[in-house]
Write a protein that binds this ligand. Sequence first.
Ligand code: SF4
Length: 355
Amino acid sequence: MKILPSTAAPGEGKIGGMKTASFQKPLGGGKVQCLLCPHGCVLAEGGTGRCRVRKVLGGTLRALAADKVVALHLDPVEKKPLYHVFPGAPVLSFATVGCNLSCRFCQNASISQFRGDPPPGDPLSAEEIVERAHTNRCPAVAATYTEPTVFFELAREVGLAARARGILNLWVTNGFISTQAGADLAGWLDGANVDLKSMRDETYREYCGGRLAPVLETIEGLHRRGVWVEVTTLVIPGMNDSPEELREAARFLASLSPDIPWHVTAFHPDFRMLDRGPTPAGKLIEAVEIGREEGLRFVYPGNVRIRGGGDTLCPSCGDVVIRRSGFALEANRLRGGACPGCGTKIAGIWEMAAG
Ligand code: SF4
């Protein structure tokens, strides 16, 4: 792991990964239920949840990875991807191990699917992480790479500390979080990219070990509560790439808001899904067209070079207001969050709020 330099004094919060877990409910007979995600694991003493980072010890559910940071990097915000948040900004991105899904096509399986007790990682407090963001002139921090839900306690502390310093906080998430935790999240999160892996519940169950409905609820709930939401669909040949399913996804998002950016990204064989080839660029172009037909104003192909595909166009006059090449920002022509040609406001977080 590459740890960035810090000017922070050693902070509090080095709790040895034994923090009391949020969203737990004692049951009879010494059992505890975790209410953090829709799995709702019921665990006896010594039992570990499906995410492998929450464990019952001494009758209490503990967050094993709460201060065990395994990844800490500076990434462009475009890499999250979040295209409508501070274009070109460096974002301090962090993660612990663990995930509550088990996607066969995971691109970060070495850390998301890590099995081991105790989990690896360097002890870093929320204050230290935020201090490093400040030192490196990051306008935002991001909980990403694995699944922030399962390191909720650390992500929440970072989120609150970031807000206190005028730094935005972002999540890149699978959206598989309980209603209760999702409502809490919406109270302090600024922006999120939520995966929408399929519009078929059976696909979520078979390929990811999850369910569709909670993910749709998360997308809807975050958007309704004012969190800036972008959505990513990894388009996988033979799994979720039919025009009908892509159209259902686009229609769902457009029903919430035509301003929700939809990233349709290319699959590459990885982890336990090596039985098919990468997504052809033509399929992503088709997905972009479907998204636009369904009324979405901002649809971006990703993980593949398509000329102009990463650009943000004004939905009124069609001018390029932001030009990108891969993860690199080439030009930002927005003026006060609006198209410089026709003055149309472009949805997004373009400037820090005053005060
Ligand atoms: S967060 Fe982990 S322990 Fe809690 S319900 Fe989900 S998978 Fe189970």
